[in-house]
Design a protein around this ligand. Structure first.
Ligand code: ZN
Length: 342
């Protein structure tokens, strides 16, 4: 990427009201069958157009093709029973009814590859595609087969690698793995979490990213954040090992969070997608606020490695707010870009 400070989003963007209930996280589809297939692609076109209009440099499908960032992928796998549900605690934080692993897991056919090919046809800009990471996948399931979080994570890593290789062949420039679980299970991350992530990216020539955030602005997350104290040092636990990993890009929450910005020094050398947009509030950042966050990050991230981004996905926001935030991201990045070239 030659342009300095190329902008992107962490992932999801609002869905049109004819596809799914707006301003609702993980809301069910309003269409079915062929209508749903076409509807997702129409929504992808709209989302892409909004990203382009806002001046986003690295574009995505806005996750218009999935209901949930983890379960939509898992729905396409064998070995998981969606009828047989159990209640588990997600990320040690909130109860959720999740499907059960009942046998060996496998990917009978590609999951998002057709959607990625469709996105590729629509634009010449660099495209990023998000997949769930192995650790976050196992944390969103009840395992009645492997009886080992680590074993199941390795199996998912192999499956993710199959999908990632086909996404790369479809022309995806950056494949991102969402690993919010990396902010919770530090011992597991260091024992096998980063190793399974590296298995998922094995053999890829395209760029790879890991997104580690403090989650959407839902109540369970905001309540949890209140317990974290005035300084959020979670990244400190996993950054040293991540810095030594083969992952190219680390996507992080920075703006309005209590993450001490100097922790970015621990991943010096990696490209960093710096979250400069708070997704847990409807208040639209000013370009100057975005620029301030980027300037702070520039002390610890080389300018050619800094990618302005959002803290997390924006699916639960209104389309007006999301649009305003994308515009602010571009305008803020432009302020700092011109300072750097001055
Ligand atoms: Zn996130």
């Amino acid at each position: 990427m030659k342009k300095l400070l190329p902008t992107s989003t962490a992932g999801s963007l609002p869905k049109p009201s004819w596809l799914a209930q707006p301003e609702t996280l993980w809301s069910p589809w309003k269409l079915q069958g062929d209508e749903l297939f076409d509807g997702k692609h129409d929504a992808l076109r709209v989302s892409l157009q909004e990203q382009k209009r806002a001046g986003v440099d690295i574009v995505s499908d806005g996750e218009q093709t999935r209901q949930h960032f983890v379960t939509t992928f898992i729905e396409h796998l064998d070995g998981v029973d969606f009828e047989n549900r159990k209640t588990v605690k997600i990320r040690d934080r909130y109860d959720a009814s999740v499907p059960t692993v009942v046998g060996a897991v496998s990917r009978p056919k590609p999951v998002f590859v057709k959607d990625a090919e469709f996105l590729r046809q629509q634009t010449d800009q660099p495209i990023k595609w998000a997949l769930p990471g192995p650790m976050t996948m196992i944390d969103t399931l009840y395992d009645d087969h492997y009886k080992s979080r680590e074993k199941l994570a390795w199996e998912f890593a192999k499956i993710l690698n199959q999908e990632a290789r086909e996404l790369e062949a479809a022309g995806v420039d950056i494949i991102q793995f969402d690993e919010p679980a990396f902010n919770v299970f530090f011992d597991d991350v260091n024992d096998w979490g980063i190793a399974t992530l590296e298995k998922a990216i094995e053999g890829l020539k395209c760029e790879t990213a890991v997104h580690i955030c403090y989650g959407y602005g839902i109540k369970a997350n905001t309540d949890w954040k209140k317990t974290l104290g005035s300084e959020w040092r979670q990244y400190e636990e996993v950054f040293p090992k991540l810095q030594k990993s083969n992952i190219d890009i680390v996507s992080l929450e920075c703006h309005n969070s209590h993450v001490p910005i100097e922790l970015l020094e621990l991943i010096r050398g990696k490209k960093v997608m710096v979250g400069a947009i708070d997704v847990a509030t409807d208040k639209i950042e000013t370009p100057e606020e975005v620029a301030n966050t980027l300037r702070k990050a520039l002390k610890y991230v080389d300018a050619d490695k800094l990618y302005p981004c959002t803290n997390c996905g924006m699916a639960p926001l209104s389309r007006r707010v999301a649009r305003g935030k994308l515009n602010a991201l571009s305008a803020g990045a432009e302020i700092v870009r011109s300072e750097l070239s001055a």
